[in-house]
Ligand binder design. Structure first.
Ligand SMILES: [Fe+2]
Length: 327
């Protein structure tokens, strides 16, 4: 395998500033944001994204921003049977070559220097799609999630409620991606969500005939659109990757509707999918905004986030503090 080495011309934009990601405007015009596609990036040698820096980062993060477990998971993993890993978070990162582990550092954008990387990538993506910057492109809630995993670690089948510019930084990885318009893979109830709902979905073997596989080495990346189901496996080496995410206005609206419909389904009142009854969708979004307003300042501290999840969604909503995450 050959490491990707960018030339000076490739890593600078027209103004001579460093480029972080190589997005082709033609491909963006054809596929963004409707379809997944691959690209190259220049982040693999970034000092903030090396193992030592990530061990330090893990040591300073609130506990609920870290999730980790054994890497020996199934694609169709039952959440309650997820095997744990007996190491402290910092040691998982330092020993990732032998730990047999999988770990994610969540919301790294809350650390200013990581936040600047996330925002710079989104600004580049916005410019490559014909906008001045991320704000004028409607990209809100920029976030970063860094994945550190041992060789042959599996991330079970799931979907994410945001747009994702994924970058591979070390080692090999493959992402198996499925079309989010296929309701025979994820049905309407499967799309509905609330904080603390376990992200793993059932995976049936016959889905495999409908997958697109994106294979990555350091320097490779892909755009993964909102709620496209996927599962991930690392190759023969340990791996670092990062998801650089944001939400569109339409994605934020859908997230509120999926939440409202999940709550109503729990109360025994299943709802029509978003888009079928527009006026009712509008009422649900307005009620969501009203209910959320007084909670927002409370969510800034870990203890309060944990209490709110338990109060609103039950103890299972804090699943990543449990067995799978035990140290
Ligand atoms: Fe994901």
């Amino acid at each position: 395998m050959t490491a990707f080495v960018a030339t000076r011309a490739e890593t600078q934009n027209g103004s001579g500033e460093a480029r972080l990601i190589a997005l082709d405007p033609g491909k963006m015009a054809r596929s963004f944001p409707a379809e997944p596609f691959a690209y190259r990036h220049f982040l693999a040698a970034h000092p903030l994204l090396q193992l030592d820096a990530l061990a330090q980062l893990a040591a300073g993060m609130p506990r609920d921003r870290l999730e980790y477990n054994s890497g020996r998971l199934k694609v169709d993993q039952k959440p309650e049977e997820t095997p744990g890993v007996d190491l402290e978070p910092t040691e998982i990162v330092r020993q990732i070559e032998t730990a047999g582990a999988w770990m994610v550092l969540k919301n790294v954008e809350t650390i200013p220097e990581y936040g600047r990387v996330v925002e710079a990538v989104l600004d580049e993506a916005a410019r490559a799609s014909g906008h001045r910057d991320r704000r004028s492109a409607g990209m809100t809630e920029p976030m970063g999630f860094i994945f550190v995993s041992s060789a042959h670690a599996v991330t079970p089948f799931h979907l994410d409620y945001e747009e994702n510019l994924f970058v591979q930084l070390h080692g090999d990885k493959a992402m198996h991606v499925f079309d989010n318009r296929d309701r025979s893979i994820i049905d309407e109830e499967g799309l509905e969500t609330f904080p603390g709902k376990h992200r793993n979905h059932r995976f049936r073997d016959h889905y495999a005939s409908r997958e697109q596989v994106f294979a990555f080495k350091a320097g490779d990346g892909m755009f993964l659109p909102y709620t496209w189901p996927h599962w991930v496996e690392t190759g023969d080496d340990w791996s670092i990757s990062m998801a650089i995410t944001w939400k569109t206005p339409e994605g934020r609206r859908l997230n509120k509707l999926y939440f409202a419909n999940a709550v109503l389904r729990r109360l025994g009142i299943p709802q029509a999918p978003p888009g079928q009854r527009r006026w009712l969708d509008g009422v649900k979004v307005a009620l969501y905004d009203i209910a959320r307003l007084p909670l927002e300042p409370l969510r800034r501290g870990e203890a309060m986030r944990r209490m709110l999840r338990t109060a609103l969604f039950g103890r299972a909503a804090n699943y990543y503090y449990g067995k799978a995450g035990k140290t």
